[in-house]
Design a protein around this ligand. Structure first.
Ligand code: HEC
Length: 176
Protein backbone atom coordinates (compact mmCIF):
# COMPACT_ATOMS: atom_id res chain seq x y z
CA UNK A 1 0.00 0.00 0.00
CA UNK A 2 1.38 3.39 -0.88
CA UNK A 3 1.48 6.43 1.36
CA UNK A 4 -0.88 8.22 -0.97
CA UNK A 5 -3.87 9.50 1.04
CA UNK A 6 -6.72 7.02 0.56
CA UNK A 7 -9.32 9.54 -0.44
CA UNK A 8 -7.24 11.27 -3.09
CA UNK A 9 -7.07 9.09 -6.20
CA UNK A 10 -3.58 9.39 -7.67
CA UNK A 11 -4.88 9.88 -11.21
CA UNK A 12 -7.20 12.67 -10.16
CA UNK A 13 -4.42 14.42 -8.25
CA UNK A 14 -2.09 14.12 -11.23
CA UNK A 15 -4.67 15.83 -13.35
CA UNK A 16 -5.53 18.44 -10.78
CA UNK A 17 -1.93 19.40 -10.24
CA UNK A 18 -2.03 21.03 -13.64
CA UNK A 19 -5.70 21.85 -13.88
CA UNK A 20 -5.11 25.56 -14.23
CA UNK A 21 -3.84 24.93 -17.74
CA UNK A 22 -0.67 25.89 -19.55
CA UNK A 23 -1.49 29.62 -19.67
CA UNK A 24 -1.02 30.07 -15.94
CA UNK A 25 2.52 28.63 -16.06
CA UNK A 26 3.96 31.39 -18.22
CA UNK A 27 5.93 30.43 -21.27
CA UNK A 28 9.48 30.77 -20.04
CA UNK A 29 9.84 27.28 -18.60
CA UNK A 30 12.91 25.60 -19.99
CA UNK A 31 12.62 22.61 -22.24
CA UNK A 32 14.19 20.29 -19.67
CA UNK A 33 11.70 21.40 -17.08
CA UNK A 34 8.86 20.60 -19.43
CA UNK A 35 10.26 17.16 -20.18
CA UNK A 36 10.54 16.37 -16.47
CA UNK A 37 7.00 17.54 -15.96
CA UNK A 38 5.71 15.33 -18.75
CA UNK A 39 7.68 12.32 -17.52
CA UNK A 40 6.31 12.82 -14.02
CA UNK A 41 2.77 13.06 -15.32
CA UNK A 42 3.21 9.92 -17.41
CA UNK A 43 4.48 8.03 -14.35
CA UNK A 44 1.59 9.25 -12.23
CA UNK A 45 -0.93 8.21 -14.87
CA UNK A 46 0.74 4.82 -15.36
CA UNK A 47 0.18 4.20 -11.64
CA UNK A 48 -3.57 4.54 -12.16
CA UNK A 49 -3.99 1.25 -14.03
CA UNK A 50 -2.58 -0.72 -11.13
CA UNK A 51 -4.53 1.35 -8.67
CA UNK A 52 -7.80 0.67 -10.47
CA UNK A 53 -7.09 -3.07 -10.46
CA UNK A 54 -6.44 -3.00 -6.71
CA UNK A 55 -9.58 -0.97 -6.20
CA UNK A 56 -11.78 -3.41 -8.13
CA UNK A 57 -12.05 -6.12 -5.47
CA UNK A 58 -12.62 -3.51 -2.81
CA UNK A 59 -15.28 -1.54 -4.67
CA UNK A 60 -17.17 -4.75 -5.48
CA UNK A 61 -18.32 -4.87 -1.86
CA UNK A 62 -18.99 -1.14 -1.83
CA UNK A 63 -21.21 -1.41 -4.89
CA UNK A 64 -22.91 -4.42 -3.32
CA UNK A 65 -23.63 -2.46 -0.14
CA UNK A 66 -25.10 0.36 -2.17
CA UNK A 67 -27.19 -1.69 -4.62
CA UNK A 68 -27.79 -5.20 -3.36
CA UNK A 69 -27.50 -5.29 0.44
CA UNK A 70 -30.98 -3.86 0.98
CA UNK A 71 -32.34 -7.26 -0.02
CA UNK A 72 -29.43 -9.70 0.12
CA UNK A 73 -28.00 -8.32 3.40
CA UNK A 74 -24.62 -6.70 4.00
CA UNK A 75 -22.51 -9.83 3.58
CA UNK A 76 -24.77 -11.49 1.02
CA UNK A 77 -26.17 -13.83 3.68
CA UNK A 78 -29.74 -13.05 2.61
CA UNK A 79 -32.84 -12.50 4.71
CA UNK A 80 -34.49 -15.80 5.70
CA UNK A 81 -37.79 -16.44 3.95
CA UNK A 82 -37.54 -13.24 1.91
CA UNK A 83 -34.31 -12.85 -0.02
CA UNK A 84 -31.91 -15.63 -0.91
CA UNK A 85 -28.35 -15.79 0.40
CA UNK A 86 -25.82 -15.39 -2.40
CA UNK A 87 -23.08 -17.20 -0.53
CA UNK A 88 -23.03 -20.76 -1.74
CA UNK A 89 -25.73 -20.03 -4.35
CA UNK A 90 -25.51 -22.16 -7.50
CA UNK A 91 -26.40 -19.06 -9.49
CA UNK A 92 -23.32 -17.31 -8.16
CA UNK A 93 -20.97 -20.28 -8.45
CA UNK A 94 -22.31 -21.50 -11.79
CA UNK A 95 -21.64 -20.17 -15.29
CA UNK A 96 -20.64 -16.49 -15.09
CA UNK A 97 -22.96 -15.50 -17.95
CA UNK A 98 -25.97 -16.55 -15.86
CA UNK A 99 -24.88 -14.42 -12.93
CA UNK A 100 -24.19 -11.46 -15.23
CA UNK A 101 -27.62 -11.95 -16.83
CA UNK A 102 -29.35 -12.00 -13.42
CA UNK A 103 -27.68 -8.74 -12.44
CA UNK A 104 -28.39 -7.10 -15.81
CA UNK A 105 -32.11 -7.84 -16.06
CA UNK A 106 -33.20 -9.17 -12.67
CA UNK A 107 -35.29 -12.26 -11.97
CA UNK A 108 -38.87 -13.30 -11.51
CA UNK A 109 -39.03 -16.22 -9.06
CA UNK A 110 -39.16 -18.89 -8.18
CA UNK A 111 -35.47 -19.63 -8.67
CA UNK A 112 -34.99 -21.76 -5.60
CA UNK A 113 -37.40 -22.07 -2.72
CA UNK A 114 -38.33 -18.38 -2.75
CA UNK A 115 -40.69 -16.58 -5.06
CA UNK A 116 -39.80 -12.95 -5.45
CA UNK A 117 -38.88 -10.25 -7.90
CA UNK A 118 -35.43 -8.79 -8.32
CA UNK A 119 -34.93 -5.57 -10.29
CA UNK A 120 -32.44 -5.42 -13.15
CA UNK A 121 -29.43 -3.12 -13.22
CA UNK A 122 -28.77 -2.83 -16.96
CA UNK A 123 -29.28 0.92 -17.11
CA UNK A 124 -27.78 1.61 -13.69
CA UNK A 125 -24.51 -0.31 -13.38
CA UNK A 126 -21.75 -0.14 -16.00
CA UNK A 127 -19.89 -3.33 -16.99
CA UNK A 128 -16.93 -2.51 -14.73
CA UNK A 129 -19.18 -2.31 -11.68
CA UNK A 130 -21.07 -5.50 -12.52
CA UNK A 131 -17.73 -7.30 -12.96
CA UNK A 132 -16.54 -5.88 -9.63
CA UNK A 133 -19.66 -7.11 -7.79
CA UNK A 134 -19.40 -10.53 -9.45
CA UNK A 135 -15.75 -10.84 -8.48
CA UNK A 136 -16.51 -9.86 -4.91
CA UNK A 137 -19.28 -12.50 -4.74
CA UNK A 138 -16.95 -15.12 -6.24
CA UNK A 139 -14.05 -14.30 -3.94
CA UNK A 140 -12.79 -17.42 -2.23
CA UNK A 141 -14.75 -19.81 -4.48
CA UNK A 142 -11.72 -20.56 -6.63
CA UNK A 143 -13.65 -19.53 -9.75
CA UNK A 144 -11.81 -17.36 -12.24
CA UNK A 145 -12.46 -13.63 -12.13
CA UNK A 146 -14.58 -12.05 -14.85
CA UNK A 147 -13.69 -8.96 -16.82
CA UNK A 148 -15.81 -5.99 -17.84
CA UNK A 149 -15.37 -7.12 -21.47
CA UNK A 150 -17.02 -10.46 -20.66
CA UNK A 151 -19.89 -8.69 -18.91
CA UNK A 152 -20.28 -6.42 -21.92
CA UNK A 153 -20.54 -9.47 -24.16
CA UNK A 154 -23.45 -10.81 -22.09
CA UNK A 155 -25.00 -7.33 -22.06
CA UNK A 156 -24.99 -7.19 -25.87
CA UNK A 157 -26.09 -10.81 -26.38
CA UNK A 158 -29.08 -10.39 -24.05
CA UNK A 159 -29.82 -6.80 -25.05
CA UNK A 160 -33.17 -7.48 -26.70
CA UNK A 161 -34.63 -9.23 -23.70
CA UNK A 162 -36.09 -6.33 -21.74
CA UNK A 163 -37.71 -8.40 -19.03
CA UNK A 164 -36.87 -10.36 -15.88
CA UNK A 165 -35.20 -13.75 -16.19
CA UNK A 166 -37.03 -16.88 -15.18
CA UNK A 167 -35.36 -20.06 -14.05
CA UNK A 168 -36.09 -21.82 -17.37
CA UNK A 169 -34.70 -18.99 -19.49
CA UNK A 170 -31.57 -18.81 -17.37
CA UNK A 171 -30.95 -22.53 -17.75
CA UNK A 172 -31.34 -22.20 -21.52
CA UNK A 173 -29.11 -19.14 -21.75
CA UNK A 174 -26.25 -19.71 -24.18
CA UNK A 175 -23.83 -16.92 -24.86
CA UNK A 176 -21.72 -17.37 -27.98
C1 HEC B 1 -35.28 -5.36 -4.24
C2 HEC B 1 -34.59 -6.53 -3.74
C3 HEC B 1 -33.35 -6.99 -4.48
C4 HEC B 1 -32.22 -6.28 -4.79
C5 HEC B 1 -31.93 -4.80 -4.54
C6 HEC B 1 -31.31 -7.21 -5.41
N1 HEC B 1 -31.87 -8.46 -5.46
FE1 HEC B 1 -30.98 -10.15 -6.11
N2 HEC B 1 -32.71 -11.20 -5.75
C7 HEC B 1 -33.85 -10.68 -5.20
C8 HEC B 1 -34.86 -11.73 -5.11
C9 HEC B 1 -36.26 -11.56 -4.57
C10 HEC B 1 -34.25 -12.89 -5.63
C11 HEC B 1 -34.82 -14.29 -5.70
C12 HEC B 1 -36.01 -14.50 -6.55
C13 HEC B 1 -36.58 -15.88 -6.28
O1 HEC B 1 -35.82 -16.84 -6.02
O2 HEC B 1 -37.77 -15.98 -6.32
C14 HEC B 1 -32.90 -12.52 -6.01
C15 HEC B 1 -31.99 -13.41 -6.54
C16 HEC B 1 -30.69 -13.12 -6.83
C17 HEC B 1 -29.72 -14.08 -7.29
C18 HEC B 1 -29.98 -15.58 -7.47
C19 HEC B 1 -29.58 -16.24 -6.16
C20 HEC B 1 -30.30 -17.50 -5.81
O3 HEC B 1 -29.63 -18.45 -5.33
O4 HEC B 1 -31.53 -17.56 -5.96
C21 HEC B 1 -28.54 -13.41 -7.47
C22 HEC B 1 -27.22 -14.00 -7.90
C23 HEC B 1 -28.79 -12.02 -7.12
N3 HEC B 1 -30.10 -11.88 -6.73
C24 HEC B 1 -27.83 -11.02 -7.15
C25 HEC B 1 -28.09 -9.68 -6.85
C26 HEC B 1 -27.11 -8.64 -6.97
C27 HEC B 1 -25.65 -8.84 -7.35
C28 HEC B 1 -27.73 -7.47 -6.65
C29 HEC B 1 -27.17 -6.07 -6.69
C30 HEC B 1 -26.62 -5.63 -7.94
C31 HEC B 1 -29.11 -7.80 -6.30
N4 HEC B 1 -29.28 -9.15 -6.44
C32 HEC B 1 -30.04 -6.87 -5.88
C33 HEC B 1 -34.03 -9.38 -4.78
C34 HEC B 1 -33.12 -8.35 -4.91
Amino acid sequence: MSLWPRNVPRCQAARQRCSHGPAAHGHNASRTKAIFLLAGLALALAGCGQQQEDAQVQTGHEIFLERCALCHNVNAQGIPGKYPPLIGSDWVNGPPERLAAIILDGVRGPLGNLNGLMPGWRSVLPDTQIAAVMNWLKEGTGKPAVTAVEVNHVRLETGGRNTFWTVGDLRNLRVR
